[in-house]
Write a protein that binds this ligand. Structure first.
Ligand code: ASP
Length: 288
């Protein structure tokens, strides 16, 4: 049995498949689980075709990008995160540096950029022509879009790790920070239990401490699937209507996903399977 049989990776959206593959490759080549999370997410951050993460992501109302990202290590029970980071292609890598090199968890805005530059990251214009065209179209039609690459990894030693990265909601207010850099909202890991990660309307995810909630549900004995569903049901019970989705993975390598309003694809990579599945979704409450 190869080493790839002994780990499981789950990521949000179709592009999660590419991220998982890359992360698995890093592990196979002897990289650490944190390298796998970071490099797997880097691939999506650097992909100009993914218009909700890193380079080529969609800008805010003023036309520039502000990125959020976080990474968490189960065995260390430590995390690093960046909020509203500008002009850096790989916010997940900056988040990892914050976790490993500072006593802080979250750096925001100018301070995060300064830290990144001091640590060898280069400034780059993140706005592609394609993203600018899409932004103009969205402005005219008054629409907004968003997604996040969220990844959870269970390694061969049964340790759990997670990471996420996003350019947030398109046309958001400058300075708006979403769930993806908030530990417990956009992602959470407890090394005794498992991990969870979120995508969708960050304001709603934050208000329910979505990822923490899921991990605590698993602690109380729920399967990852049920744990995700319970959060969605709680949100619906409070009248929430905006789209959110969660993925979860436990220490046994079992996984699940649930969402509000409509399904979303998520990608699995393990010794047993390499596939993209659809979340179970729950309907909004209609009459309030
Ligand atoms: N959760 C992200 C945010 O609110 C967006 C998304 O994943 O759809 O910034």
């Amino acid at each position: 049995m190869g080493k790839e049989d002994l780990f499981s990776i789950i990521s949000t959206w179709d592009f999660g498949k590419k991220a998982n593959k890359f992360a698995a490759e890093v592990l196979r080549e002897g990289g650490s689980p944190l390298d796998a999370i970071e490099k797997g997410i880097n691939v999506i951050e650097e992909d100009p075709e993914v218009m909700s993460v890193g380079y080529g992501g969609l800008p805010n109302e003023e036309g520039y990008l502000q990125l959020d990202a976080a990474i968490m290590s189960g065995p260390l029970h430590k995390a690093g995160a960046v909020a509203a980071l500008e002009e850096i292609v790989n916010p997940i890598s900056v988040a990892r540096k914050i976790m490993e090199k500072t006593k802080h968890v979250l750096l925001a805005g100018e301070g995060a950029l300064e830290f990144a530059l001091r640590n060898g990251f280069q400034k780059r214009n993140l706005l592609t022509d394609k993203a600018k065209r899409e932004w103009l179209k969205q402005k005219e039609k008054k629409i907004e879009t968003h997604d996040t690459i969220g990844m959870i990894l269970l390694d061969s030693e049964k340790n759990v790790y997670a990471g996420c990265s996003t350019s947030g909601i398109s046309r958001k207010m400058p300075g708006r920070v979403g769930d993806s850099c908030i530990i417990g909202a956009g992602l959470y890991v407890d090394n005794e239990i498992g991990g969870a990660a979120a995508t969708g309307m960050g304001e709603k995810i934050m208000m329910f401490c979505g990822s923490f909630f899921i991990v605590e549900n698993m602690r109380r004995g729920m399967s990852p699937q049920k744990a995700c569903e319970e959060v969605i049901k709680r949100m619906i019970s409070k009248g929430e209507k905006e789209w959110v989705g969660f993925i979860a993975l436990n220490k046994q390598g079992e996984y699940g996903a649930a969402s509000l309003g409509k399904e979303f694809p998520y990608a699995i990579f393990s010794g047993k399977e390499e596939t993209v599945k659809k979340s179970r979704f729950f309907k909004r409450r209609e009459n309030d």
